[in-house]
Design a protein around this ligand. Sequence first.
Ligand SMILES: [Zn+2]
Length: 248
Amino acid sequence: MTNVESNTSSSLTMPGDATATCWSCGTMRAVHFCSACGKVQPPVPVDYFTFFALPRKLHVDAALLEREFYELSLKLHPDLCARADKREQEWSLEQSSLLNDAYRTLKDPIKRTEYLLRLEGVELEEQSKTATEKARATGEIKKQVVPPDLLEEVFELNMQLEELRMQKKLGEDDPALVEEIGKHKLELEKKYEALLEELKTYWAEWDQLPDDAAEENRRKVRDKMVDLLNRRSYIRNLVRDVNEAVEN
Ligand SMILES: [Zn+2]
């Protein structure tokens, strides 16, 4: 992901780039297809925001994005019989697959946030991958840091889950305990849902940053989003643990 940054340099074809001409008719073209003759152009390495000619912001007009997606799908469709040129057919395939990836990523609020963070140099997957490999190497169970606001609840819940597993081993049944655990699960799910609203406030902070914002200010907002995504995956894993303990 790290070379995306350098790939978006001004030497490449960007929407509105005055130097870009169509391979077929020589007219000025849009990034995906020629505005004059409609022929699909060779894909240029751009990030998903640039692909849709969107600014690198987190609030995205979902209706507009969907409209653009369907419009581009038609224009880039590989099966159009007008695509007599073999190269154009290949470019259509590549552009269509890029379009689908870009759309899937940008329409989903979480995927969009993770993608932007990666463009910004935050390696979310790398972090967790390194942690997993390290834990595997040392034979330790991978430990996630408990979000501070969940400490108490997680402690209590883990005790109850331990008790439940024990009871199940002994073939005992404790409906009151299962109900208690169910209540915790509900609380966690509520918190999980609320995270999306919290995330939107950070989107607003990010989107309001001026283009020349100091790195320190950019990092502050990025850190808040990373922290939220970590809390989110923590809660998701915890709910999965609860489900496993209750259902097994
Ligand atoms: Zn053309």
